[in-house]
Design a binder for this molecule. Sequence first.
Ligand SMILES: Nc1nc2c(c(=O)[nH]1)N[C@H]1C(S)=C(S)[C@@H](COP(=O)(O)OP(=O)(O)OC[C@H]3O[C@@H](n4cnc5c(=O)[nH]c(N)nc54)[C@H](O)[C@@H]3O)O[C@H]1N2
Ligand SMILES: Nc1nc2c(c(=O)[nH]1)N[C@H]1C(S)=C(S)[C@@H](COP(=O)(O)OP(=O)(O)OC[C@H]3O[C@@H](n4cnc5c(=O)[nH]c(N)nc54)[C@H](O)[C@@H]3O)O[C@H]1N2
Ligand SMILES: [Mo]
Length: 789
Amino acid sequence: MRHHDEGRDHDEADLEIRPQEDHAAGPTAVAVSMKRSLEHMGMRRTAETLLRLNQAEGFDCMSCAWPDPDPGHRHKAEFCENGAKAVAEEATRSRATPEFFARHSIADLDSHSEHWLGQQGRITHPMVKRPGATHYEPIDWDDAFALIGGQLKALDSPDEAIFYTSGRASNEAAFAYQLFVRAFGTNNLPDCSNMCHESTSIALQESIGIGKASVVMEDVYDAKLIVLQGQNPGTNHPRMLSALEKAKQNGATILSINPLCEAGLVNFKNPQTPRGMVGSGTDLSDMHLPIALNGDLALLQAFGSLLVEWDALDHAFIDQYTIGFESWKQHVAAVDWDVVTETTGLSREQITDAATLLRDSDATVFCWAMGLTQHRNSVAIIKEIANLALAQGNIGKRGAGLFPVRGHSNVQGDRTMGIWERPPGHFLDALQKEFRFDPPRANGYDTVDSIRAMRDGKAHFFLGLGGNFVQAAPDTEVTAAALRETRMTVHISTKINRSHLVCGETALILPTKGRTEKDVQASGPQFVSVEDSTCAVHASRGPLDPASPHLESEVGIVTRIAEATIGDRYGIDWKGMRDDYANIRLHISRVVPGCEGYEVNVRRPGGFILPHPPRDSRTFETRSGRAEFAVSPIEVLQVPPGHLILQTLRSHDQFNTTIYGYSDRYRGIEGGRRVIFMHRDDIAALGFDNGDMVDLFTRWDADERVRCAQNFRIVDYDTPRGSAAAYYPETNPLVPLDSTALGSNCPTSKSVVISLARAKGRDGNQTGDQDEVGADWTHKADPEPHHLS
Ligand SMILES: Nc1nc2c(c(=O)[nH]1)N[C@H]1C(S)=C(S)[C@@H](COP(=O)(O)OP(=O)(O)OC[C@H]3O[C@@H](n4cnc5c(=O)[nH]c(N)nc54)[C@H](O)[C@@H]3O)O[C@H]1N2
Ligand SMILES: Nc1nc2c(c(=O)[nH]1)N[C@H]1C(S)=C(S)[C@@H](COP(=O)(O)OP(=O)(O)OC[C@H]3O[C@@H](n4cnc5c(=O)[nH]c(N)nc54)[C@H](O)[C@@H]3O)O[C@H]1N2
Ligand SMILES: [Mo]
């Protein structure tokens, strides 16, 4: 495996640094959407897809999990630039055929960038790499399923197999998948959520009894104050900007808390309005706090302390619905302001000004994403948001609530359907009743534990329902080596990605239909269903003919793997589910809480909203039966002199590990991705100049590994001192596998302590005695881990 996007087809010398943009969207966004769509799909397919995207009778956008407006209030073009890119990426006319795989060995493919791999188009046939082979070759579906079934049956225990899910799978596919995995006998169901909003799910479960958002779309429109913390909506949830604009027009104030002044947080030019296309746009944030990385727990406790001091509290709510208030009150009242200002990089005045916004609002919506979930103390941070919401009674009230903005379009639905390595007992009981078998009760492996199990020879089989595990997971070298240890890796995918090239002894690629495509089964055309960030569940129907006649649907693949592995054990009717997805939905309606009447409800235009006890009736299904205040000590991340905290984030031209292109327009980065954003005083203090090339090293004392990512260009950028940023997944080799959030085991992708050294050149040999700036530790191993293949 190469340095990711430094494959031979891309030259970072083309990199161009421009000024940051001060607004998001606007006419450029429309132009970019159209250009990419036409390039990949041509005119007809562009029209066929984009006009059906996010429409009540159309298909759900596979980009993010932002909710749709009510069916009556949708625009003709209810999509954003990045949604259009996601569609173009899937509905492309390019094809990766068996001839393509015959021309390119796996080693050759591995020498290309992730972007190039994606550009080869949709995979048309099931492919296999046999033990010792250098190439993938085509395989019949029946033979592929027999190989998988044979391998699974040969394991000593079902717990030696790992069944990963990315968050794009439909509810139907996810339900069938978890059913198969549990009938096979394991709870090893890690998913992308383990690297994403897991900290949210754990924290909110403990604080309010449910790990999901307590708002619906209307609450955003009706909020008095919206807090946007650790989130870059202009890039990752662009349609959220329309909702924020509407909220502003209704009088909302917006407070953004982010180390970076992201374009969408500042100004939004709504491409759906004339003002957005030619005018000056809407100034979204009323106040921006440029917080230092990982400063949020201290900031939120400082807010708490001020609200207590001002008695800006909802005592009736606190008395009636919560426990633990007194301890929390005492804890925050005693907050150490020196620690607060030091860890946040903010002044007491700035923090006090922001707290007055909270004080003066009687309806606050708190939004957050990866900037809060991927730190060691993430669970504590999110419980602290819940504390603030509880202190002011901002739950179960119009215009108020907790709003973790989910990532993958159906990551929340997959969890609802039982994709979880730690399933609750009541879910297993319902499964047992419906299917008359004893599901395994022991917890399975999450993502990090799956990697450990493969590394340690405890798991020998990996199956990915979507996703790009090797690139998305932390500690790339460790993860790659772990996957290579397995006897079989299987990927259900639409397009080629790096994980297909980091193979087990035998490897299979099973090509699947995507959201944009028609899915016809024995009983006729099928639709699938998905859940968004606000618990709204609705149907999705693809308009296009499948990319190849040889594709199977995800439900088709999963049910046939089940047949090949467990046959008719327990008498589960896999064929019936495959032939008519309504049969799966019938099971869902009887197993999944809140899904009674699923078939009817999901067919309604706009679908239905799942129950949410705190939102609906201020009912809190926690251990105590009340919403719980949590007390969390502030632990300051130790950053030795000469080191920085690095956050790994997304550019405007990628979807997770899928690299659409090399234009991070809003941040002014064109033609390349290997950049590190730094404060100019940090650049100088470390003895560098803007534009210098550096290698990045992780500071991590817990093991002897040297973690390094090479050849990043320093970009002088508006970020707080000590806080640096670089793109994911190029920096994943720097994230230690064992560095995870307490309580959720989520990798700490937003707080990696690093040092920098002048780059020794693309393939330059690193030695232990290089002039690593500011490092007070020495290399203990041979630091040349870059070419794995
Ligand atoms: N186009 C597009 N859309 C996407 C995705 C994509 O890759 N491309 N990915 C999808 C997925 S799976 C997800 S999870 C979401 C991710 O959506 P985001 O969470 O918006 O994604 P990131 O790029 O990781 O951005 C993290 C933001 O948090 C800020 N941040 C980082 N650390 C801190 C901190 O310590 N404190 C605070 N207050 N802020 C911090 C960063 O500056 C950045 O603005 O987007 C989804 N939507
Ligand atoms: N350093 C660092 N690491 C991170 C993060 C970070 O911020 N920093 N973010 C984390 C987060 S939030 C997430 S969610 C994970 C994402 O982890 P994953 O979900 O594993 O990664 P993706 O890049 O979204 O997966 C893309 C692949 O999915 C396949 N695919 C696309 N559409 C379909 C489909 O319809 N069906 C099927 N079966 N396959 C399809 C394609 O082959 C594509 O290559 O990464 C995590 N890793
Ligand atoms: Mo995510």
